[in-house]
Design a protein. Sequence first.
Length: 127
Amino acid sequence: MLQLPLIACTRQEAVPGGAEAWRADLEFLANELPRVHANAFHTIDQDSFAAEVSSLGASLPQLDGDQIIVRLMRLVAIIGDGHTHLDLPPTSPRYPLALAWFGSGLRVVPQYRMMLLWAHGWLVSAA
């Protein structure tokens, strides 16, 4: 099953605590991800990961909440496996649709139908 949540076209409001609150989140992620992941550095080396963390940390004051979330998602994605990801916050608006593979084609389907298709085994894995 391939699912792609889409964000509505609204900018995220500033978070209480601003850059310092985001910095605390970034530090937590940078420390905990390697600690709990079975092999966080199988695709990227530790120094490159640390450089990405530093780059994001330095950029925090210039970024809005949406930009920071995307950069955090990118940071997690560079781990390079299909199991490690960062979801959007539950309060983020999303369009009620998803993408699913049908044979060799990718189709847009309503979100509620995704579970029905999956439950009946009608979805073809993207992998």
